[in-house]
Design a protein around this ligand. Sequence first.
Ligand code: IMP
Length: 454
Amino acid sequence: MTISSLALGPASPALGRRCQCGSGGGRTWRPLGASSLCMSHGLEWHRRAAARVVAPAASLSAVEEIDQRDAVDRIASLSQVASVLGTQWGDEGKGKLVDVLARNFDGGANAGHTIYNAEGKKFALHLVPSGILNEETLCVIGNGVVVHLPGLFQEIDGLESNGISCKGRILVSDRAHLLFDFHQVVDGLREAELANSFIGTTKRGIGPCYSSKVIRNGVRVCDLKHMDTFAQKLDTLLRDAASRFEGFKYSVDMLNKEVERYKRFAERLEPFIADTVHVMNESILQKKKILVEGGQATMLDIDFGTYPFVTSSNPSAGGICTGLGIAPRCLGDIIGVKAYTTRVGSGPFPTEILGKDGDLLRVTGMEFGTTTGRPRRCGWLDIVALKYCCQLNGFSSLNLTKLDVLSELSEIKLGVSYMQNDGEKVSSLPADLRLLEQIQASFECTFCLLFRSF
Ligand code: IMP
C-alpha cells in the first residue's frame, strides 16, 4: 500500500487551492458530475477538467518541483474508476483531494464541501458535485443519494447567479429517493425523543428518508413523472409520520401545498432526470475516467461504523457499487485520507484528545462543521480503526491530509492498540458499543510507526 501526501494541506498552496475541505450533510456516492456524495450516497462524475491548476514552476524550489511532478505522475496513473473514501468519521479533507484528482478525470464525485472558485468566491455545496466549477464536467447525482429538491435548486440558483451554468451539466438519478421537508422535522423529533442519548445528526432528514426507502414507501425521482399518484404517495408518508409522532401536525392543507410545490419542482427537474446507471456504465465502456467520492466516512457506515452513532447509508467501498450502479470489477484505486482524527456528534472515540491539546488541534485545523458550525471532536490518528477501514475498503493508497496542522504540536501520538479494562488486548474494532466505550487506546509517538503498521 502506498501512503502519500499529495501536498493537499493548507500549507501546500501549489495544489488543491480551490476546494477547502469540510463537509456537512454529505451522504452517499456521486460520480463527479453524476451524483454527489452529499445526501448519503451521491456520486458525481465529470468530464476532464479544462485546466490543471499548478503553481508556476518559477515559484517552486527544485525539491518542490520534483514532488509536484511525482504527485502529478501518481495522479495520472490512477485507474479508470478511482474513489476517495473517508477512513474515519468524516471531514478528512476528501473534497480537496477530489478537487486535485478531478483535473485528471473525466468525471468525479463529492458532496458537502465548501468550494472556492478561481476568483475566491465561496460556494457551499451539499448535493451538487464540486466538479460543477469545471466547465467540462458533467455532474451526476446517483441513486444512492437522498435528494432534497428545495436544497438542490437553492444550490443551482446560487451557482447560476454566479455565472456557473448548470443546464445540461447535472444529472439526477431517476432511482434516487426524495427527501422531503417533513423528513427533517422527523429527524429533529427523533433526536429530541432520544434526549441524552441523541445521535447528534445533522437534522437534514437523512435517517428518516432512508427509513422511508427501506420500509418501501419512499418516493423516488421517477415518481415525479406521475403526478397523478404523487399526492397519494406523499399522503401515506405524512400519515405515517403523524401517527408516530405526537408533535407532528399533519393536515390536508399541508399535503395540498406540498403537492403544488412538487408539481413545480417536477417541471423544473425534468431536464435533469436521467437513468444514471446507464450513463455511468456507458461512460465506463467509452473509457471515460471516473472519480468517485464517498460521503462522510467508513466509521459512520450503517453496517461497519460505531452503530447507532452512524449515518444511514454505506459510505464505504460497497456503497460505490450500490450507490451508483457500477459493478465491483470496475472499481480500481481506492484512496483513504487524514493525518489525525475528528468526529462530529455523539459516540465512542477511543483516541479523542480532551482539554487544551484538543482545543489546539481544533483551532489550528479549523475543525468546525461546514454546515452546522459544530466544533469537531479531535483525536490522534487511530491505527486500529484505520486498519479496520483498510480491511473493509481495500485501499490501494492512503493520502494523509492536514499533516501541517500537526506541526503546531510538540508531540504527535498514534493510537496503536486497544485494551479492555482488565488489560486484555482487543485485536480489531469491536461491534459492541459498550466495549468500545470502555476501551483504552495505547499510544506511541512518532509518525514513523505509521509505516510499520501496514
Ligand atoms: P445524519 O447523517 O445527519 O443522520 O448524522 C448521523 C451521524 O453522522 C452524526 O454523528 C453526524 O454528526 C455524522 N455526520 C453526518 N454527516 C457528516 C459529515 O458530513 N461529516 C461528519 N460527520 C457527519
